[in-house]
Design a protein around this ligand. Sequence first.
Ligand code: NAD
Ligand code: MG
Length: 393
Amino acid sequence: MITKKILLLGSTGSIGTRTLDVVRDFSESLSICGLSTFGRCDLLTRQVEEFHPVAINVSDPSKAAEGRSLADTYGIKLTLGEEGLAELIGICEPDIVVVATVGIAGLIPTLSAIEYGADVALANKEVLVTGGHLVMEAARKQGVRILPIDSEHNAVSRCMTGADSAKVLTTAGQDTFKVRRIILTASGGPFRHLSREELEHVTVDQALNHPTWRMGPKITIDSATLMNKGFEVIEGHHLFGIPTYKIDVLIHPQSIIHSLVEYVDGVLLAQLSIADMYLPIQNALLFPERLPNRLAPLNLASLSALTFEQPDMERFPCLAYAYESARMGGTATVALNAANEVAVRRFLNREIPFMRIPRIIRETLDRHEQLPSDNIEAIQEADRRAREVDEAI
Ligand code: NAD
Ligand code: MG
């Protein structure tokens, strides 16, 4: 078997470390050519020792000296800053770039990976929320695949049959083939049962305590507000070429069904498995191969029930704002993402209460002035302007 060379952006995070577990287990088929961290040089050092990349990136400017000494010690190449992420591609010459960074930071490296001609295994969903049109168009032109690591989209891609599946993983056409709708499942987060009044008083520690998944801090907060699911609706629209009004969200607290596809004849296909990101990562990295792994299989008899309920967009307005921004088109989803990045950072820093997050986003969308979403400068400008709104209110 040919070994695929993998450049892993965001290797020290939750998805990054799970990706390395997959690479370790399938070392005959997968190898690491590059790694990156924002600033966790201690963990990056251990990863360099084990996986022998040819180059690394340290994105946090204040950690440049640590990055230099690490690269010198192991005789490997180093790039610095977020701008340096894209430079890694030319140095490492990867077959697949795993984008496991957070926020809009992943957009330029994703576009560079496509331009270079590598397939992209995408965890960093904000890339499609902000630059979905650009990314999918570039992938179509270059004939590269965008392989979804997000568990719901990975599940959807596995529920697409025959010609549909081929279309999906080679970046989807505009027609919606035989699919009537896509149903994305959501755990509902830790605050599923709280009233609006109770939501006003939740703490950072409560919000970080997700019931079914262990993830990085930002996506954990996004899951608590349901913005994560809103982002996933937009992500699904771009990946599968299907309008957002045909993408529904269903709360499924057990996180066993990872998403469903409903066909025009009313038949539903669902993907079930244990909740472990190893599975979608394995699928993306080894696609189209299906290989045995060492995970324990799902034991259906041990589950008492699988339950479903409608999401409540009154208590969780972020989900409604995501649909709204997708309907607005243009750069509205860029503003949505930027406002959310700012608001979540402030909440995590304990500067604002939980329910201020949707208020900042509402205000930002109300003030948004549309720019074209098909060029990178306009996207960056919309991102910059949206980040200023929070300062002004
Ligand atoms: P994380 O915070 O655990 O890890 C993020 C990684 O990216 C780290 O290595 C960090 O050093 C690096 N990084 C962060 N900001 C950066 C920046 N500005 N520039 C360069 N590098 C930066 O996050 P995570 O939970 O692994 O999530 C990564 C992405 O995958 C997010 O977009 C998230 O929404 C998505 N995702 C995560 C999960 C999950 O289970 N964790 C599931 C689906 C999708
Ligand atoms: Mg998901």
